[in-house]
Structures are given as structure tokens and as C-alpha cells.
Design a protein around this ligand. Structure first.
Ligand code: RI2
Length: 310
């Protein structure tokens, strides 16, 4: 798929999930160089720059998209001939895809070590990384049960329950407002992340912070499952994370409300680090306070300063 189509599908949430949008954006840039039939190095560089901007403007919150795009374009400005530029983008892209897929597996394995036989797990929305932990634990023979929030307004919880049911995992769907009611029966909360800031706050699907608060009150471990490219280099430089707000039609259909009623539809919220027990990444289980280290070590300052929009 081309850059424009991928960006449109990300915007309309046909392609969703922080990891998936990063991988599809990476693939779109690889396809762009693959399909380039011109013979001008500068022209292809311009096309890549345009493609980058189009992809990054599709959704504002998940830093995985920014990190994925940067990983694919790393060093492209220095390429001195067309073939080198094409090879660089393809190699970068393949490395990122491999890293992303492998990270999901590794997080599954490491996270599953902390899942105990008999655990009742609560998860929110639809995170492929949190699901990797759950499925790995189940495949290892652990007797687990999973409770899934509906996750209004998009109801991605329904994707999660279907995925788990297919796997044979005992699973129960609950409405978002039932979280505090169910928490007394929960042993572990597992969620994904769209962005993790340098101070260890986790930006994830709206409602995540309420779940964290309730888990904290009930002394239930609250665990985030996220690859290192969900950590935001920009937050090191003081840039706030933009929380996406989507249209009112996602919350209430046409004619359902008097036209004087306003609807607010924020898509994500921030869970402060003090409510997070640990973050499972592909480089280990870390406390939220180690987020600064992850950003500096894994993403690096040079990487950050290669672009103007950090
Ligand atoms: P993985 C999703 O965002 C959810 O907030 C989910 O928790 C997060 O991405 C991480 O998903 P959206 O695209 O990368 O549904 O773990 O708005 O799949």
C-alpha cells in the first residue's frame, strides 16, 4: 500500500494499535522506494520527506509511529546515490520490522514469567503486546482467566475477547464502568502503551488511568507491556504528548442528542508512574523511573537531533 492510503487507514482507524501503525508506516516507506521509477536522488529524498510528513500527520499521540518512521529513514539524507538510498531504506525498514516482531515475542515470554497459575487478569482495549503475554502464559499451560473492558467508544475490547476466545482462553467482557466492581477478583492488570514519557508516565487508551487508580487502591499489580520504541524521545526535550481528540459521532450517533449538547472524545490518558508496578520491554522488566535510561540508550540523542521536529 502507498503512503497516502496507509495514512488514511491509520487516520480512520482501519489500521490501529500503536505497534501496528508503526509497522505499516514503515512498510509504506519501503514500498515508496521500491516503486520509485525516477532517476533523481533528490527527488526520491523529497518524496520520502513528503511521505514522512503525511504519515506523521495521520495520528498525533502514539510515538511508535514517529519512532518507526525515523528508524526507516535513519541516515537517508547522507545517501549519495539512488541505489544506496533505496538499499538503506529497505534495510532500515526490515531491521525495524524484525525488531518490532521479535520484541512482541520476547515481551510475551518475559511477561508470562510473572503470570501465576490461577491468575485472573484484567486488560483494557486491544494491545497486541499485552495479548502476547497472556497468550504465552496460556500456551505454557497456566490456568488463567481474562476480563476485558469494552473500551468505548470504538469497543476494541471486542477484538480482544474474540482473539482470546479463538485461542481457547477463558474470557469475560465487562463494560468500562465495571472495573472497580471486578477489581476485587483480579490478580494482575496488563495493558499496552501508545507512548511512555521520560518520567515514566504511560499514555494509553482512555480509561487506562482510572484502571490504574482502582488497581492501586486494591493493591493489584498494574503492569504495562511495551516495546522500547513506545518511549518518547521528544518528552526528554520538554515536548508535551498531544492527546488525540476524535469526532463526536464516535460517541453518539446523528440525532441522538439535542444540538446544544457538546461531546468530548479524548482517545488517550496519562497514567502517572506511581501507579505502575513495572513495564515489560524487550530489554527487560523495568520500573517506570528507568524510562529516561531507555530513551537515551535505545533511541539515542543523535537519533533525536537528526530531525528538526523533536
Ligand atoms: P499495541 C492502541 O491504540 C491501544 O491504546 C493499545 O493499548 C495501544 O494502541 C498499544 O497497542 P489505538 O490505535 O501496540 O487503538 O500493544 O487507538 O498493539
Amino acid at each position: 500500500m502507498g503512503v497516502e492510503n496507509v495514512a488514511e487507514d491509520i487516520r480512520s482507524m482501519k489500521i490501529r494499535g500503536a505497534g501496528r501503525i508503526a509497522r505499516q508506516a514503515a512498510e509504506a516507506l519501503m514500498n515508496l522506494v521500491d516503486g520509485y521509477e525516477g532517476d533523481s536522488l533528490d527527488d526520491l529524498k523529497n518524496e520520502l520527506e513528503k511521505g514522512r510528513e503525511i504519515l506523521l500527520s495521520s495520528r498525533p499521540t502514539a510515538v511508535s509511529l514517529w519512532n518507526g518512521v525515523q528508524a526507516v529513514l535513519k541516515g537517508y539524507r547522507k545517501a549519495s546515490n539512488l541505489d544506496d538510498l533505496k538499499d538503506l531504506v529497505k534495510e532500515n525498514g526490515e531491521r525495524f520490522m524484525e525488531r518490532s516482531n521479535r520484541a512482541t515475542e520476547v515481551i510475551g515470554e518475559m511477561g508470562a514469567r510473572r503470570v501465576n497459575d490461577g491468575d485472573r487478569i484484567l486488560t483494557h482495549c486491544n494491545s497486541s503486546v499485552a495479548l502476547s503475554v497472556i497468550k504465552t502464559a496460556f500456551r505454557e499451560g497456566k490456568d488463567i482467566e481474562v476480563f476485558v473492558t469494552e473500551s468505548r467508544p470504538w469497543r476494541q475490547g471486542l477484538i480482544t475477547v474474540r482473539e482470546l476466545a479463538e485461542e481457547g482462553v477463558p474470557v469475560t467482557l465487562i463494560v468500562d464502568s465495571a472495573v472497580r466492581w471486578i477489581m476485587k477478583d483480579i490478580d494482575l492488570v496488563l495493558v499496552g502503551a501508545d507512548t511512555i514519557t521520560s518520567n515514566g508516565a504511560v499514555i494509553n487508551k482512555i480509561g487506562t488511568s482510572q484502571i490504574a487508580l482502582v488497581a492501586h487502591e486494591a493493591r493489584v499489580p498494574f503492569v504495562v507491556c511495551a516495546e522500547t520504541y513506545k518511549f518518547s524521545p521528544m518528552t526528554l526535550t520538554g515536548k508535551p504528548v498531544e492527546i488525540e481528540e476524535r469526532g463526536s459521532e464516535e460517541v453518539a450517533g446523528p440525532g441522538e442528542l439535542p444540538n446544544t449538547v457538546k461531546v468530548l472524545n479524548p482517545v488517550f490518558d496519562a497514567t502517572p508512574p506511581e501507579y505502575i508496578d513495572y513495564i515489560v520491554t524487550e530489554i527487560g522488566l523495568i520500573p517506570p523511573s528507568a524510562s529516561y535510561e531507555v530513551i537515551v540508550r535505545m533511541l539515542g540523542q543523535e537519533f533525536l537531533f537528526e530531525y528538526e521536529d523533536w
